[in-house]
Design a protein. Sequence first.
Length: 318
Amino acid sequence: MSDQGSALGARLRERDLSAAPATLNLLESTTAADREQAAALLHEVSPAALGQEAPGHIVGITGPPGAGKSTLLSALLHAWRVQAKSVAMLAVDPSSRQSGGSLLGDRARIDFDPSDRGVFIRSTAAGERLGGLAWGTRAAAQALAAAFDIVVIETVGVGQAETDIADVADTVAVVVQPGSGDALQFLKSGIMEIPDVLVVTKSDLGQVAISARRDLSAALRSLGSRATPVVAVSSLPPASGVEELAAALEEHRKNLDLSERRLRARRAGALTEFANEHGLQGVRALGGRTAAQTWLAEQDQGLDEATLVNLLEGRMGR
Ligand SMILES: Nc1nc2c(ncn2[C@@H]2O[C@H](COP(=O)(O)OP(=O)(O)O)[C@@H](O)[C@H]2O)c(=O)[nH]1
Ligand SMILES: [Mg+2]
């Protein structure tokens, strides 16, 4: 048992998809012993160990409840499987903590073949901390990206949610449904950061969807962000726009400086985790967030997030 973490990490590195369930169990555990094993796992799949960034595409899908994210993910999953891409889906469910029973409900909404070994789906509770993704979810996405072609994280929210998910995702897609003015207002007022891809769902609703797409495109143009694609999809049969969306996501990834984005994401994630553990006082002991970020950048040659947190803790102790 003592090298469970490194053994799992090695399996992921060899792209053994069957290591996914045990990986998630380990990363979600909060016991000290498991945390140590989790650190060993992450070390095995760090860029330093892999000799490159993990090859999988980490996609964040976020948007308000009811916008059609889960239905869209079922359709996307199908499109990706047709392309023979292996897919891991992590659904972060903010309601599962209270209701306890919504885990199965959420899983049922993603339509997939349970005997398909190229697919792994896990719903996780949102976690105790305020805002942001739980450490386990970020770590899981980073680890699974070593083995799966695509790792998708579904989170609920609009406003802060896409900033948080940018701490781990290579590509962030914000999903809005026609007729909901929130995203438009948030975008115009700067509350929402400009996503990599904007998705208008339920395009089968007709004119209201066309208007939503036009308004969002206009808002993006006025913000000087001409290049951000706005894709309209209908996820109900006969689905439409889903292949276009898959292509837009892939296009974004192709044009991305992956190692730059991942380095930045891991540093931001490590700092967030450090701040959770040690509070404002801890961050102050490092000379503030910006100073800590700069210092981390100097130490970092493709280290995993757990190691980065350890480095920050060592520096605080000095
Ligand atoms: N008309 C239409 N309804 C949709 C579409 N996609 C999802 N819905 C419906 O919208 C509701 C919320 O969908 P869901 O995927 O659970 O949204 P989520 O909360 O964002 O995951 C459900 O009743 C879906 O059937 C679509 O493309 N067209
Ligand atoms: Mg959902």
